[in-house]
Design a protein around this ligand. Structure first.
Ligand code: CUA
Length: 345
């Protein structure tokens, strides 16, 4: 019994720590890198401190009341410590009506101002929607991966977004099947991806690096495996990436050429597209520059030849429920296919 109590106490001490560890790391909403995310987390801070003051004052008064007016003696009911009863005290009534009203009014105004700055991109961006420091990305949610199109650059990719630092990025969000939610915690709030309806958001990243994104709306079996990455590049690195992505597939030889034949004549090309080849499928991720990506399959796997082999051989064991079918290829065919995929840099 005593042991159980100790364990229970330990659990309740450790529980907040376990919870708080969720606030750390690259999925934290507190380490914002865009102005709209910063506005939201600043507001969270203000609300927290106002709530903290209210908590201390209210709980403090409660504690004072409990201790000061507690029943002091069991034997003598006249020493119960009952305070003088007051009713309809105009000063008190006014005070405790005005105080919460004031607090709520302040919160309302702050929230309203913050919402405006979260929704509206900087003035210069909307005035010059096609200016040099503004770019557009079309995001499409699929079960269970993300497609990214850059209309001006004529790039289609998956699982990874590259954006240049200090650039306003206007993001249009839609879905190809069910409702998903586009979410990069360090970039701001979630935005739903809804079939037949365009939503939008914007961001302007202030530091280079890799930032994790997730699907934030339950969307089926592999909802938890619908991640992506935003890679914020220096302007030079971004230009290099764009040039690389715009290049068409190179000629291949040997095993890779045999792999290409399997890809083009088999089921692959029906769903996947590769620019510069006959593969024009649109229902699965575009693979034109697959080998340049660090992750694939909705961020489930790091992009290595071993993982590609595992995935192509039997996707169902890696991501149960995936729409990618098991193709029933021989080991030799898989090796050739992976050799081909590795040339797609
Ligand atoms: Cu897509 Cu959850």
């Amino acid at each position: 019994m005593k042991n159980l109590r100790t364990i229970t106490r330990l659990f309740f001490c450790a529980f907040p720590i376990i919870l708080l560890t969720g606030c750390q790391g690259s999925l934290s909403t507190f380490s914002s890198v865009t102005p709209n995310a910063a506005a939201t987390s600043n507001l969270t801070g203000i609300v927290f401190w106002i709530a903290a003051v209210v908590f201390v004052v209210v709980e403090g008064l409660l504690m004072i009341a409990i201790f000061k007016f507690r029943k002091k003696s069991k034997e003598d009911p006249t020493k119960s410590g009952m305070p003088k009863q007051v009713e309809g005290n105009r000063v008190f009534e006014t005070l405790w009506t005005m105080a919460p009203t004031l607090v709520l009014a302040v919160l309302f105004i702050l929230t309203f101002i913050t919402l405006q700055s979260v929704i509206q991109p900087p003035q210069d961006a909307s005035a010059a929607a096609a200016g040099p420091n503004v770019m557009h990305i079309q995001v499409t949610g699929h079960q269970w991966w993300w497609q990214f199109d850059y209309p001006a650059q004529k790039i289609t990719t998956a699982d990874e977004i590259h954006i240049p630092i200090d650039t306003v990025v206007m993001v249009d969000i839609k879905s190809a099947d069910v409702i998903h939610s586009f979410w990069v915690p360090q970039f701001g709030g979630k935005v739903d991806a809804i079939p037949g309806h365009n939503n939008n958001t914007w961001f302007k990243a202030s530091q280079t690096g890799v930032f994790k994104g997730e699907c934030g709306e339950y969307c089926g079996a592999e909802h938890a495996q619908m991640a992506f990455q935003v890679i914020v590049d220096s302007p030079e690195d971004f230009q290099t990436w764009v040039k690389g992505q715009q290049a068409s597939a190179v000629d291949v030889h040997g095993d890779a050429a045999e792999g290409k034949l399997i890809f083009m004549t088999g089921a692959c090309s029906g769903c996947h597209g590769i620019q510069g080849t006959n593969a024009a499928g649109k229902t699965a991720p575009n693979l034109t520059h697959l080998a340049s990506r660090k992750i694939f399959s909705g961020g489930v796997l790091n992009n290595t030849p071993e993982n590609l082999t595992k995935w192509v051989s039997n996707p169902e064991t890696v991501k149960p429920g995936t729409l990618m079918p098991t193709l029933g290829l021989s080991q030799d065919e898989v090796a050739k296919l992976v050799a081909y995929l590795e040339t797609l840099k």
